[in-house]
Design a protein around this ligand. Structure first.
Ligand SMILES: C[S@@+](CC[C@H](N)C(=O)[O-])C[C@H]1O[C@@H](n2cnc3c(N)ncnc32)[C@H](O)[C@@H]1O
Length: 209
């Protein structure tokens, strides 16, 4: 198994600092797709898209939270659903690449570590987020806003990198959301994340209360 890609090693050590994250991804946007898909066998967009379509209606309005260059949007289109897909991300240069892919209705800059002021309660019929709930990026509290903007009963699909699942408090957060009735846990599956490296994730599907 190959050592972890140096760019990914840097990505997971950004300490959640939005300025550092933006600068890092601005510089990576152009080669991100080939670096991830070819070099490390990044499969989070595929597994997240599969889980989302299993849990939404054929014509749902969905949000890709931390859409990056739009890999999840492309995967959703391939699955022949008639979804309307919006995307948000912290990094304008990443959003530019999403725009070029043509899979999204609306693309906006937003910070998932704070309130999503521009999105009303109960807006979406599904939310998906791949590769964002990971070390040095968005922590477990980012889940609260994504549940707020979901219609009751709608699914939230997340990949959480293994190295963050317990260490960064995601497992505890999911248990707390279930215990206080904010969400129901539909699935947690240990899944491949970087198939050419020895890196796995938890695929989490929550249902908004
Ligand atoms: C590893 S990429 C994943 C992108 C895409 N979802 C994918 O699977 O290819 C992480 C993305 O999260 C975004 N990001 C990191 N922190 C964020 C935050 N606080 N709010 C919104 N987006 C953030 C970055 O700009 C970057 O586009």
């Amino acid at each position: 198994m190959a050592d972890e890609n140096p760019l990914l090693q840097r990505a997971v050590s950004l300490n959640g600092d939005p300025f550092a994250i933006r600068e890092f991804y601005a510089g990576w946007a152009k080669t991100y797709d080939t670096d991830l898909l070819l070099s490390i066998g990044y499969v989070a967009p595929m597994i997240a898209a599969d889980a989302l379509v299993k849990n939404v209606g054929k014509e749902a309005l969905v949000l890709d939270a931390g859409c990056g260059t739009g890999l999840v949007g492309i995967e959703l289109i391939k699955r022949n659903y008639d979804l309307t897909i919006d995307g948000i991300d912290l990094t304008p240069e990443m959003l530019e690449h999403s725009r070029k892919k043509g899979a999204y209705r609306k693309l906006n800059e937003a910070d998932l570590t704070g309130p999503l002021f521009e999105i009303a309660d109960d807006t979406y019929e599904g939310v998906v987020s791949a590769g964002v709930f990971t070390n040095g990026h968005v922590g477990p509290d980012g889940i609260d806003e994504l549940l707020r903007i979901l219609k009751p009963g709608a699914p939230l699909v997340l990949t959480v990198r293994d190295s963050a699942w317990e260490a960064d408090g995601f497992k505890d957060k999911v248990e707390k959301l279930e215990a206080d009735g904010t969400a129901k846990l539909l699935e947690v599956t240990h899944s491949p994340y970087h198939t050419k490296e020895d890196i796995f994730c938890q695929l989490v599907v929550l249902q908004a209360a």
